[in-house]
Design a protein around this ligand. Structure first.
Ligand code: NDP
Length: 288
């Protein structure tokens, strides 16, 4: 039997309409949530991601501004910009589009963002908060995956969650978010010996490797929930995930497509985090 499709576009639309109502409520009290995006260099993919984020902001009622720096910009120039955005009360969220050019120190730049404006959830303080179960901002991609599971009433507690990939932006936070919800979690990497042994024991399998269609049907337990984070461009220009969708959909109980799965959720959760940051800023002003 074919798996049910976890339709990211549809869930993203629903979540955005709920959060638009929250943005509208803020607007009624004179606050427009604001997001600043910093981009350095000429990475074509980054430019597209930033454009999509700005359009999504405008659709939901978030003010946004882009600060573009040339490839040869110095780290200090970017840090100065972040400092002034930290102090700008119209800006509630700040994100630095990754990757940064090689002469930048990622952690130094990200950690210069005020943690209460770190809507990507990458600041070391926010990473620590997540790991200790005191989440401030959930990183957008794994947050989107959790929302997809929740909206489809997929149980997590007591399940074996296997995450393939250990990046700081997807794999690691994903594993901690599943753990927080009571899953037993295994993280696999490129160094894992006998990957299939682990993937075949997953009730929930999340794949974020950037390796096109590397997860095949024989690596998946019948009835498993399969979430494909990967976005890969094939030589013919088409997009595909890290999961071989056609074969795996015949074994899994639920599966995310690429495109149209996790992708639309990632931007949605960025919008949610920005609106949340604005709500928190309003609440803290009210306290004084
Ligand atoms: P990274 O390259 O930072 O990390 C990839 C991870 O996969 C690494 O931990 C690596 O292991 C692991 N890996 C690579 N090959 C294998 C293998 N054969 N077996 C097991 N593990 C392997 O990538 P990201 O986490 O940033 O992104 C992963 C994918 O998700 C990409 O396709 C990216 O485009 C996509 N993505 C999609 C988003 C969305 O919104 N849908 C958002 C962000 C990313 P090791 O550490 O040992 O090298």
């Amino acid at each position: 039997m074919s798996a049910q499709i976890l339709d990211g576009k549809k869930i993203a639309e629903l979540v955005r309409s709920e959060w638009k109502a929250r943005a509208d409520k803020l607007a009624q009290s004179g606050i427009k949530p604001g997001l600043a995006v910093i981009i350095v260099g000429n990475n074509a993919a980054s430019a597209i991601y930033v454009r999509n984020k700005i359009k999504a902001c405008s659709d939901i009622g978030i003010y946004s501004e882009v600060h573009s720096f040339p490839e040869h910009a110095t780290q200090d120039e970017v840090l100065d910009c972040i400092q002034s955005l930290n102090e700008n009360s119209h800006i509630h969220g700040i994100l630095v589009q990754l990757p940064l050019p090689a002469h930048f120190e990622n952690n130094c730049v990200i950690t210069s963002i005020a943690s209460e404006k770190d809507v990507d959830g990458f600041h070391l303080y926010n990473v620590g908060a997540l790991v200790t179960g005191n989440t401030v901002f959930s990183p957008c991609t794994p947050y989107g995956v959790m929302v997809m599971l929740e909206r489809n009433h997929i149980p997590i507690e007591g399940q074996h969650g296997v995450v393939v990939g250990r990046s700081n932006i997807v794999g690691k936070p994903m594993a901690f978010m599943l753990l927080e919800q009571g899953a037993t979690v295994t993280i696999c990497t490129s160094k894992t010996a006998d990957l299939s042994q682990f993937t075949r024991s997953a009730d929930i399998l999340v794949v974020a490797t950037g390796k096109p269609r590397m997860i095949t049907a024989k690596m998946v337990k019948p009835g498993a929930v399969v979430v494909d984070v990967g976005i890969n461009r094939l030589p013919d220009g088409r997009l595909c995930g890290d999961v071989d969708f056609e074969s795996v959909k015949e074994v899994a109980s639920y599966i995310t497509p690429v495109p149209g799965g996790v992708g639309p959720m990632t931007i949605t959760m960025l919008l949610c985090n920005t609106i949340l940051a604005a709500e928190r800023a309003q609440a803290s002003v009210k306290q004084f």
